[in-house]
Design a protein around this ligand. Structure first.
Ligand code: TYD
Ligand code: MG
Length: 459
C-alpha cells in the first residue's frame, strides 16, 4: 500500500503543520498537535467554497423518516449470560464493542471464553492477540479448560495485516486485544498514541459497518483514566463496557456505560475462579462483608443500577485528623462526600471538621447513584459515635443541600430485595415508603436528614 501523507493538526485551533512540533505554529498552544492521515484528493477539506458546494460533490437523495423501514438488529447470544445481559442480549451484527478495564482484571479471559462459546455455537471467530503470543493464549485456554477450541488465533499488531486477514477469513466476530498495541503503517506515531488508537479504531469500525462483522476492542484504562485514547474511542463505538471491581477480590463487575443496542448501567457480575470467569446469577448479597456482630461505621444500602438490585455495604472510618484532615472515598464520588459532610454538619449538627473521613463501598463496586447518600451519612455518624447500627439495618435515599431526603427510583424493588435477604429495618425517603407493608421489614420513612438521625438514635 502506498504511504499516504500525514499532517499534524492542532486540537485547539485546527491549524496544520507538515511535521510534529511542540508548539502550534498557528495559535502557539503547546502539545496540541496530533497526527492525522491526510485525505487523498486535492481540496477535500476546503468546503467553504464561495461559489457553493455543488462543484465539490453531488447532492444525495434524502427520505422522510416514515419511508424508512425500521430493522431489528440481529443478535447472537454469546452463551455467557452475564455478558449477554450487559450487551443487551448478545453480539450485534456489525456492532463495535469496547471493553475497558485495569490490567489483569480479566478482559482477555472473558473474551476468550466468549469467543469459544460463540465458536461452539457455530459462529466463525477470530481472536487477534497483540499483547500475548499464541502460546500464551493457548496456555490460558488450557487453564480455562477449552484447549480443544476452534477459535482462530492471529498474533498480529499491524492494522493492515489484521484487516487483510479478516477479509480473507470472513469471521463473524473479531476480538482485537488490544487496541493500544495495534498500529497502522500510515502513521508514524508510536502504537498506543492517541492518533494511532483513533485511526485504528476508525478503520475497524468502518470495516464492521461495511461488512456486518462484529468487532470487540479491548482498551486499557488506568484508574485515573490516564490514557486518552480509549476516551476518544467511546464516541466511535456502539457499546462501551467497563470492568470494575478490585483485582484482589474474587468478584468482577462489567458495566455498560454506553449501549446503542441496550440499556446502560446494566451490570454483569462474575467471579474469577481457577477456571476463568464464572457468572454470578444471584449477586445481590456479594457486596456485604459478613460481620458476626454489627460494627460501627457500617451501613448497608440497596443500589439499583441496571435492572437488578444489589445490596452493598458502605463503610466509614472517622478518626481524629491533623491540621488538614483527609477525605477519601473508594467506590463513591469524592466531591459528593465533601458535600454530604457539609450537609451533615449544617442540618444534623454532626461535625467532622477536625476528623479524617474515609468511606468505602465494599467489594470494589463503584456506586454513582445519589441514592447512596443516606447510607454514607449514617455510616459516618455511626463511626464518629462508635455506635453500630442494628443488625438487619439498611438505608437509601438521595440527600439534598437543604437537608431534604429525596426518593430513589424503584424503591419498592429495592425494599423487596432487602426483605428477601432477611433485612428487618429500613430508613427510606418518604416517597419510597410502600403503601402495603413488606413482610419482615419495619420501614421508617423520613423527609429530612435530622429525622433519619433521630430514627437511628432511637433504634
Ligand atoms: P486477564 O484476562 O489476562 O486480564 P486482562 O486481559 O484484563 O489484563 O486476567 C488475568 C488475571 O486473571 C490474572 O491475574 C490471572 C487471573 N486468572 C484466574 O484467576 N483464573 C483463570 O482461569 C485465568 C485465565 C486468569
Ligand atoms: Mg489481556
Amino acid at each position: 500500500m502506498a504511504k499516504e501523507k500525514t499532517t499534524f493538526t492542532c486540537t485547539e485551533c485546527g491549524g496544520t503543520s507538515p511535521r510534529w512540533l511542540g508548539k502550534c505554529p498557528s495559535c502557539g498552544a503547546w502539545n496540541t498537535l496530533i497526527e492525522q492521515v491526510a485525505e487523498a484528493g486535492p481540496g477535500k477539506n476546503r468546503l467553504s467554497a464561495p461559489q457553493g458546494y455543488a462543484g465539490l460533490a453531488n447532492a444525495q437523495p434524502v427520505l422522510p423518516l416514515a419511508a424508512i423501514e425500521a430493522q431489528d438488529v440481529a443478535r447472537t447470544p454469546s452463551g455467557i449470560d452475564e455478558l449477554d445481559r450487559v450487551l443487551g442480549g448478545g453480539i450485534v451484527e456489525g456492532g463495535v464493542v469496547l471493553i475497558g478495564g485495569d490490567p489483569g482484571i480479566g478482559k482477555s479471559t472473558l473474551l476468550l471464553q466468549a469467543m469459544d462459546a460463540l465458536q461452539r455455537a457455530g459462529l466463525p471467530t477470530l481472536y487477534v492477540t497483540g499483547e500475548e503470543s499464541g502460546a500464551q493464549v493457548a496456555l490460558r485456554s488450557r487453564r480455562l479448560g477449552i484447549e480443544g477450541s476452534q477459535v482462530q488465533l492471529l498474533a498480529e499488531i499491524q492494522l493492515e495485516k489484521i484487516l487483510a486477514t479478516v477479509d480473507a477469513t470472513q469471521p463473524a466476530v473479531v476480538v482485537i486485544d488490544s487496541i493500544q498495541t495495534t498500529y497502522s503503517d500510515q502513521l508514524t506515531s508510536a502504537p498506543g498514541s492517541v492518533a494511532q488508537v483513533r485511526e485504528c479504531a476508525a478503520h475497524l469500525t468502518r470495516m464492521a459497518k461495511g461488512t456486518g462483522i462484529a468487532v470487540i476492542l479491548v482498551g486499557h484504562v488506568t484508574k485515573e483514566g490516564a490514557l486518552a485514547g480509549p476516551r476518544v474511542l467511546e464516541h466511535m463505538v456502539d457499546t462501551v463496557l467497563y470492568f470494575e471491581g478490585d483485582t484482589h477480590s474474587q468478584f468482577r463487575l462489567v458495566r455498560a456505560i454506553k449501549n446503542r443496542f441496550g440499556a446502560v448501567n446494566e451490570i454483569g457480575v462474575f467471579a474469577m475462579t481457577e477456571k476463568g470467569l464464572k457468572g454470578v446469577s444471584n449477586p445481590s448479597a456479594i457486596f456485604l462483608s459478613q460481620h458476626s456482630e454489627p460494627v460501627p461505621g457500617s451501613c448497608v444500602m440497596v443500589t439499583l443500577e441496571g435492572t437488578r438490585p444489589l445490596l452493598v455495604e458502605i463503610q466509614a472510618l472517622v478518626d481524629s485528623g491533623g491540621p488538614s484532615p483527609r477525605r477519601l472515598s473508594v467506590g463513591l464520588d469524592k466531591d459528593r462526600l465533601a458535600m454530604l459532610l457539609a450537609v451533615l454538619h449544617r442540618h444534623a449538627g454532626v461535625a467532622c471538621m477536625d476528623q479524617d473521613v474515609f468511606v468505602n463501598a465494599v467489594g470494589g463496586v463503584r456506586i454513582s447513584e445519589p441514592a447512596a447518600d443516606l447510607a454514607v451519612m449514617l455510616s459516618i455518624t455511626s463511626s464518629l459515635r462508635g455506635k453500630a447500627l442494628p443488625r438487619g439495618f439498611l438505608a437509601f435515599g438521595e440527600v439534598g443541600l437543604a437537608g431534604e431526603v429525596r426518593p430513589a427510583p424503584r424503591g419498592q424493588e429495592r425494599l423487596k430485595e432487602a426483605a428477601k435477604l432477611g433485612f428487618s429495618v429500613a430508613v427510606v425517603p418518604k416517597a419510597n415508603a410502600p403503601k402495603k407493608p413488606i413482610e419482615g421489614l419495619t420501614i421508617h420513612a423520613v423527609e429530612r436528614v435530622e429525622e433519619a438521625m433521630n430514627v437511628v438514635r432511637g433504634l
